[in-house]
Design a protein around this ligand. Structure first.
Ligand code: NAD
Length: 496
C-alpha cells in the first residue's frame, strides 16, 4: 500500500486543506505507485506564509555563522544518505543512479559551500570622501522566500536555492515539482534533523497553477526564485513585476556543441553522447544541437550514430542502463511531435524516432534520436524539446558555427571542441551564453561557480557561487560621521 505524504507547515507534518492528493508514479514503470502527495491550495500557502513569518523573526536574528553550522550538518546527513536518496530519486524521476548520485552530491557541495559562506557574507568598508567619516555596506536578510522548482534535478536545484536563502537569514517556502515530490520531502526531514528551527522551512506540495501561483501572488512573499520553462517563467515574471517582487528566473535552453575539424574526435564523441542523451536529454544544459565542421561531418556523424545505437534504455535503477525514461506521457508526446516536425521540415532521421516496445512499454521511454541536415532557423533547431533528440547542423567555418550557436532565443550553455587555442578564446568571447565549455560537453556546472543564462534563459541573476548571495540578501549602506560637525557630501570640498 503506497504511503500518503503530508505538507510541512507551521512546524508540523499536516494534511492539505483540500484533503486531496495526487499520485507519484515511477516513469520507468507506471504500475509502480510511489506515494500520494498533497494536492494543496491557496489556504495551505496562506498558513505556510503565516508560519514562515514567525520563522523569519527567529532565524534572521540567529548569527550567520550559526546558520552556516546547520547547513554543514545538512551536508553531513546528505552525504550519509546519498545512496538511499539517489535510489528514491531515480524511482520518481527516472535518470540513472550515477546521475541521481551526482544530483545529491551537488546538494552536498552546495551545503558545505553555504556553511562557509555563513562566516563571510561580506559587505564592504570603503574610504569616505570626507574626513572622520566611515562608509560601509552589509547584507541583511529579506524575509519569506518562495521557491518553485522543476522535475529534472530534484535535489540539486532545491538546494541551490534553499541553502543560500537560509544562510542569508530568510525563511523558506518550497513548492517542488509535482513530478518529483518525494526527494524534497527527504530534504526537509534532513533540514529538521540538522537543527533548523521548524518554522524556518515550509513544504507545500501541489500543482503549479494553484500552489505555485498562490505563492507568487502572496503579498507577504517578497522574493521568488523559479526554475522551469520559459513559458511559466514569463507568467511568473508578469505577476512579480506588478507586485515589485525580487525574482530570479532560470529557464529553457537550446544548447549547442561545436566540433571543429582539428578537434579530438574521440573526446568529442564521448562528450556529445553524454551531453545529448544523459538524463534522457532532460537537462536545461542538454546538448540539443551539434554543429559539425564540414570536414569531419560525415565521419563524425557515422561514428555518433553507431555509438548512440549502442546506448541501453531501461530502468535507471538497473546497473546496465545508460538512458532512463522521460518524465511523463506529455513529455513523450512532445518528443513525438517534434520528431514529426523534423520530418516535415525535411531533416534526415539518422537514428531513433520512436518509442521502444517490449518490456519498456510500461514506462515513458523513447529511443535516442538523431536528425542530420537540420536547417538553422527551423523549428527543430530553435525550440526546446527536452528529450533525447539531437539536431546536427553542418557548417563551413568557425564564424558560421558561432552565428548558428547564437541565433536562438535561449542562451544557457555552449561548448566547443578544438585544438586551436585562439579559437578556444574566440569561442569564450563570442558565444552568447551564460556558460561556455572548451573540450567538454554543455553540461558540468560546479556548485561554487555562478550558473545561469542570457536572453530567454534568465533574467540576469545567477544560481550558485558567490553571486546568488546577492540575490537572497539586501544590501544596506551605513555612514558614520564622527567629525562632530555637518559635512555635506559633494558640497563641502576637502582639499588635500
Ligand atoms: P515547468 O515550467 O513545467 O514547471 C516548473 C515548476 O513551476 C513546477 O514546480 C510547476 O509546478 C511550477 N508551475 C507551473 N505553472 C506554474 C504557475 N502558473 N505559477 C507558478 N508555478 C508554476 O518546468 P518543468 O517541466 O518542471 O522543467 C523543465 C523546464 O525547466 C525546461 O524548460 C528546462 O530547460 C527548465 N530548467 C531550467 C534550468 C536552468 O537553470 N536554466 C534548470 C532546470 C530546468
Amino acid at each position: 500500500m503506497a504511503k500518503t505524504f503530508k505538507n510541512f507547515i507551521g512546524g508540523e507534518w499536516v494534511a492539505p486543506a483540500t484533503g486531496a492528493h495526487f499520485e507519484n508514479r515511477n516513469p520507468a514503470n507506471t504500475a509502480d505507485l510511489i506515494g500520494r502527495f498533497p494536492d494543496s491550495d491557496r489556504r495551505d500557502v496562506d498558513a505556510a506564509v503565516r508560519s514562515a513569518r514567525r520563522g523569519f523573526v527567529l532565524w534572521s536574528g540567529t548569527p550567520a555563522p550559526v546558520r552556516g553550522d546547520v547547513l554543514r550538518r545538512v551536508g553531513d546527513l546528505l552525504a550519509e544518505r546519498k545512496d538511499a536518496i539517489a535510489d528514491v530519486m531515480t524511482r520518481e524521476m527516472g535518470k540513472v543512479l550515477a546521475e541521481t548520485g551526482g544530483d545529491v552530491q551537488e546538494g552536498i557541495d552546495t551545503a558545505y559551500y553555504a556553511a562557509t559562506e555563513g562566516r563571510r557574507l561580506f559587505g564592504h568598508v570603503v574610504p569616505s570622501e570626507l574626513r572622520s567619516k566611515w562608509a560601509m555596506s552589509y547584507r541583511r536578510p529579506i524575509g519569506v522566500v518562495g521557491l518553485i522548482t522543476p522535475f529534472n534535478f530534484p535535489m540539486a536545484i532545491p538546494t541551490w536555492k534553499m541553502f543560500p536563502a537560509l544562510v542569508c537569514g530568510n525563511a523558506v517556502i518550497i513548492k517542488p515539482s509535482e513530478d518529483v515530490p518525494h526527494t524534497v520531502h527527504l530534504l526537509v526531514e534532513i533540514l529538521l534533523e540538522a537543527g533548523l528551527p521548524p518554522e524556518v522551512i515550509q513544504l507545500v506540495h501541489g500543482r503549479g497553477e494553484t500552489v505555485g501561483r498562490a505563492l507568487v501572488e502572496h503579498p507577504q512573499v517578497p522574493v521568488i526564485s523559479f526554475t522551469g520553462s520559459t513559458e511559466t517563467g514569463a507568467l511568473i515574471g508578469e505577476t512579480c513585476g506588478r507586485m515589485h517582487k525580487r525574482l530570479s528566473l532560470e529557464m529553457g535552453g537550446k544548447n549547442a556543441m561545436i566540433v571543429m575539424d582539428d578537434a579530438d574526435l574521440d573526446l568529442a564523441l564521448e562528450g556529445v553522447l553524454w551531453g545529448a542523451f544523459g538524463t534522457t536529454g532532460q537537462r536545461c544544459t542538454a546538448t540539443s544541437r551539434l554543429i559539425l565542421h564540414r570536414k569531419i561531418h560525415d565521419r563524425f556523424l557515422r561514428r555518433l550514430g553507431d555509438a548512440a545505437e549502442g546506448l541501453r534504455l531501461g530502468d535507471g535503477r538497473q546497473e546496465r542502463t545508460d538512458v532512463g525514461p522521460l518524465i511523463h506521457e506529455a513529455s513523450r508526446d512532445k518528443v513525438e511531435r517534434y520528431v514529426e516536425i523534423g520530418q516535415e521540415e525535411g531533416a534526415d532521421l539518422v537514428l531513433g524516432g520512436k518509442a521502444p516496445g517490449g518490456r519498456l512499454a510500461d514506462g515513458w521511454f523513447y529511443r535516442p534520436t538523431i536528425f542530420a541536415g537540420v536547417r538553422p532557423r527551423s523549428r527543430l533547431e530553435q525550440e526546446e524539446i527536452f528529450g533525447p533528440v539531437l539536431s546536427v547542423i553542418r557548417v563551413s567555418s568557425f564564424d558560421e558555427a558561432v552565428r548558428v550557436n547564437n541565433d536562438v532565443r535561449y542562451g544557457l550553455s555552449s561548448s566547443v571542441y578544438t585544438g586551436d587555442v585562439d579559437l578556444a578564446f574566440r569561442a569564450m568571447r563570442d558565444l552568447d551564453n551564460g556558460i561556455t565549455y572548451v573540450n567538454a560537453p554543455t553540461i558540468g556546472a560546479e556548485a561554487h561557480m555562478p550558473f545561469g543564462g542570457v536572453k530567454a534563459t534568465g533574467n540576469g541573476h545567477r544560481e550558485g557561487g558567490w553571486e546568488v548571495y546577492d540575490f537572497y540578501s539586501e544590501t544596506k549602506v551605513c555612514y558614520v560621521d564622527y567629525s562632530g560637525r555637518l559635512q555635506r557630501a559633494q558640497i563641502d570640498a576637502v582639499l588635500p
